[in-house]
Design a protein around this ligand. Structure first.
Ligand code: FAD
Ligand code: OAA
Length: 322
């Protein structure tokens, strides 16, 4: 979508092995709480987050909000002891960030410190379906296709944008990319209105429009997509200890996803070349545990890189298919 907006004269095609609801993004809670990429300057991560927040905040204030599955949600991030960094880099990008009051902390007797704030949440799959609908309305073609080598696209397309998430491990052989398996439960508990996140990042309760996401796990290098029943019980018990009313939750579904983790998002241009023929590629993958939080910011940067590729192609080959 960002490419279509930045370059309306381009013809854009989406090729994907799987579409919603069968992607990692469909498993995510979709909360806008950034995770830090150790290999990326903080000012850049903050910019990506702010751009994403601003974009989704506008949707949340529009008549599209419910169909797009975007809504504001308030709640608490709680800590058993005061964290080293009391003010995370994104504290002024969310709304109303403040330390929790003693009265609020009384709800969590095991916890000493907490942060209260309002952020945004993307309900998935509705948000992904809404994006797909907008793509189609903009004339973008979508095809179900697994790409086994980027070079196979060189005769059909001028520029390839690689947004394959954990699929990039195989597709481009990126050894710096690894899965962090996450198991979550999606439950019906409409009385839960506030989010609760343990600052250790393992246990969280995220109410959405259609259900509540209960998490979670972080299993480095595990490629298993099968739900583990012991883990399901453990997640449920951990969440109930923070919000005992969840014992009454119904319609419990278990989901597993592989976070495409990397020290930094791979957001860069590369030119593939064989026998004098060149194929410009823009990579945009490796968003790890925080892809929703920065998706619009990183997509805008990827679209800017596509613009650079177009300028380079126009300079070098007047017959390009643009
Ligand atoms: C349990 C869990 C909870 C999460 N919660 C949050 C959260 O609350 N907030 C947040 O910000 N982030 C969260 N995340 C992280 C977020 O889900 C990811 O960062 C994000 O979904 C990655 O998106 P993506 O588009 O790169 O990958 P994907 O959603 O995996 O999409 C990649 C697409 O590429 C396609 N593809 C891959 N390889 C090929 C190929 N060779 N040929 C053709 N197509 C291919 C796939 O089929 C898929 O459609 C969570 C993740 C998990 C697992
Ligand atoms: O950590 C969170 O709050 C949710 C999330 O992004 C994940 O599980 O990857």
């Amino acid at each position: 979508l960002c490419i279509v907006e930045a370059c309306p004269s381009c013809s854009v095609t989406v090729l994907s092995d799987q579409f919603s609801p069968n992607t990692t993004s469909d498993v995510a809670a979709g909360m806008l709480i950034p995770h830090t990429y150790p290999g990326t300057p903080i000012h850049m991560q903050k910019q990506w987050f702010k751009e994403t927040f601003t974009y989704l905040f506008a949707i949340s204030n529009s008549a599209e909000a419910s169909e797009a599955g975007i809504h504001l949600v308030s709640g608490w991030q709680i800590f058993r002891s005061t964290p080293k960094e009391e003010l995370p880099f994104w504290s002024d990008a969310v709304l109303g960030f403040r330390p929790m009051s003693e009265a609020e902390l009384q709800k969590f007797p095991q916890y000493r410190f907490g942060q209260a704030f309002t952020t945004l949440k993307c309900d998935c799959p509705p948000y992904l379906l809404w994006l797909e609908k907008r793509l189609k309305a903009a004339g973008v073609q979508t095809y179900n296709r697994k790409v086994s080598d980027l070079w196979e696209l060189h005769s059909e397309y001028d520029i390839v944008v690689n947004c394959t998430g954990i699929g990039a491990h195989q597709l481009v052989g990126d050894k710096k990319l690894f899965p962090v398996r996450g198991q979550v439960l999606k439950v019906y508990a409409p009385w839960v209105k506030n989010f609760i996140r343990d600052g250790d990042g393992l246990t969280y309760i995220y109410p959405g429009i259609h259900g509540v996401t209960l998490g979670g796990t972080r299993e480095k290098e595990s490629w298993s997509l099968s739900p583990n029943p012991d883990t399901t019980k453990d997640i449920f018990d951990r969440c109930c200890s923070l919000e005992p009313s969840l014992r009454e939750a119904q319609d419990i579904k278990v989901k597993v996803g592989l976070r495409p983790s990397r020290q930094s998002v791979r957001l860069q241009r590369e030119v593939l070349s064989q026998g004098g023929v060149k194929l410009p590629v823009v990579h945009n993958y490796g968003h790890g545990a925080g892809g929703f939080s920065v998706h619009r910011g990183t997509a805008k940067e990827a679209a800017r890189l596509v613009g650079e590729c177009i300028a380079a192609l126009r300079g070098s080959s007047p017959g390009a298919k643009l």
